[in-house]
Design a protein. Structure first.
Length: 499
């Protein structure tokens, strides 16, 4: 749990500043848009990674872009930190608030502003749910490709902040590959547009910089996304394996053969059993691992690639192969995979979800070493991941009520991330760094690289008021916490002491 305790004199100063800010906000916000009572603040204390919590100082829920601008401009002038929040479904603590700053919820900016079917794009506000875009575009035969497992609840603003992907990111890419323009408010209240509705735009290409910036550079208030035609046909093969390493090798074999499935997902035995008990998707519970390989396109293309994939998987060691006989069966197969996280939550008091990404050729090696680490720490691990692009999501099972287990889970997670770095990967694929992995950044990046990250942050946010203490560690922090010992979920934030 994050605990930032100011000195008593600082507490008094904070209360005075808070009262003054509330008074100012009431001049342009309705009372219903200002949350200040302790019992009303508590629901905002964490995101989907509930290990790290902090009751916010103050919460505001603007309904217009102009209100967002006035809020951040007021905070800028008074030196008050701001943390932007979407639906709170993030899994790295990126939206965890501060006890001396404003939590700016974008939930009420939830309108689909335009669907331009001729140009295959949609303009949406940040509080629009991911799945709502595809539902609104379906009448035009279009959809939005990135589909995180939380797409029924997560918002497009949060997707931009974390550069979210989903089960179809292998073929269709992450959020950054599917956006055309972003409008955002800078910390001093300026409204800027990045990108354009054309194939290219003037100036530096900053879209990829904003996607995945975790609310540290600006507050996204509008996103223009690409829409794709709904494919003529989609088909799924379920392949079961009696050995998890064989499944990992099969992933590499599929890609090496020149096939690019729309989705290529993998689950190990623990995840299979949990998902089957929860969803009843018809998974083979005797298997040590399974792959879901989805192919889409024209009917002729799907039939040809389906035949190739079936033969390849059989040659690569699959002990059982099934092809979905209907679209309903296909959806059911995917429902099991997309419900894997809550399914695992039913069999363990707590779990800790990691997000390392590795080169595909090392899948078998890394899975073997994760099993060894699981045995070393005495904690079970259920593996669910985007196998096609090497994005691992090991779920470390533990019981927070048992002394020391959370610490062991964090240490095991840290070792998995260090293993990802060691084979040429990275510490995050789509969940972001946030609070959870900020120490691991010290292992992945050099001092000079981190210095450049801070320079970039300063160029957008000179006072360092946007989501401070997240994603990019200070050099002091790396020196102090380089041993990666983060006891009991209590991450210290020396860089926040100046506020």
């Amino acid at each position: 749990m994050i605990t930032i305790q100011p000195h008593s004199s600082e507490k008094i100063q904070h209360q005075v500043a808070r009262s003054a800010l509330i008074t100012e906000f009431k001049t342009f916000l309705p009372e219903s848009a200002i949350v200040s009572e302790p019992e009303e603040l508590r629901p905002f204390e964490c995101d989907g990674l509930s290990v790290y919590r902090c009751v916010p100082w103050l919460v505001v829920l603007p309904e217009t872009v102009e209100q967002v601008q006035r809020i951040v401009r007021s905070c800028y002038l008074q030196g008050v930190p701001v943390v932007a929040r979407g639906a709170g479904t993030g899994l790295s603590g990126g939206a965890v608030p501060l006890d001396n700053g404003v939590l700016l919820s974008l939930a009420r900016l939830n309108q689909i502003l335009e669907i331009d079917s001729a140009n295959r794009l949609a303009r949406v506000q940040p509080g629009v749910l991911n799945l709502s875009i595809s539902r609104a575009a379906a009448q035009y035969g279009l959809y939005y490709a990135p589909d995180p497992s939380s797409q029924i609840a997560c918002t497009i603003g949060g997707n931009v902040a974390e550069n979210s992907g989903g089960v179809h990111c292998l073929k269709y890419g992450l959020t950054t590959h599917n956006i055309l323009r972003i409008k955002m408010v800078t910390m001093d209240g300026e409204l800027v547009s990045i990108g354009s509705h054309g194939l290219d735009s003037a100036g530096l290409d900053l879209l990829a910089l904003i996607a995945g910036s975790e609310g540290m550079l600006g507050i996204v208030i509008e996103v223009t996304v690409k829409l794709l035609p709904i494919t003529e046909q989609a088909q799924v093969i379920l392949a079961a394996f009696d050995d998890i390493e064989k499944a990992g090798q099969a992933v590499a074999g599929i890609i090496a053969a020149g096939l690019i499935p729309a989705g290529l997902e993998m689950m190990d035995k623990a995840a299979i059993i949990a998902a089957e008990a929860f969803i009843h998707a018809g998974y083979p519970v005797h298997a040590e691992a399974l792959l879901l390989c989805e192919l889409d396109g024209t009917r002729e293309q799907v039939e040809e690639e389906l035949s190739r994939a079936y033969a390849l998987l059989k040659d690569l060691g699959a002990t059982e192969l099934r092809i979905a006989r209907s679209d309903q069966e296909r959806q059911k197969m995917w429902a099991g995979r997309k419900s894997a996280f809550p399914a695992v939550g039913r069999i363990s008091p707590d779990y800790y979800c990691m997000d390392g990404t590795i080169p595909r050729r090392f899948l078998a090696k890394v899975l073997k070493e994760i099993a060894e680490l699981s045995e070393k720490y005495g904690l079970a691990v259920a593996n669910v991941f985007h196998a096609g692009d090497g994005n691992l999501h090991p779920l470390i099972l533990y019981n927070a009520n048992n002394p020391g287990e959370l610490e062991k889970a964090e240490q095991l997670g840290g070792d998995i991330l260090k293993l990802s770095i060691a084979v040429g990967g990275t510490i995050t694929g789509e969940h972001g760094v946030g609070v959870e992995k900020i120490n691991h950044m010290c292992f992945q990046f050099t001092e000079s690289e981190l210095t450049q990250f801070h320079a970039l942050k300063t160029a957008f946010d000179e006072k360092g008021l946007l989501n401070p203490g997240k994603a990019v560690p200070t050099l002091q922090r790396c020196a102090e916490f380089g041993a990666m010992h983060v006891p009991q979920g209590k991450l210290q934030h020396p860089e926040l002491e100046r506020f």
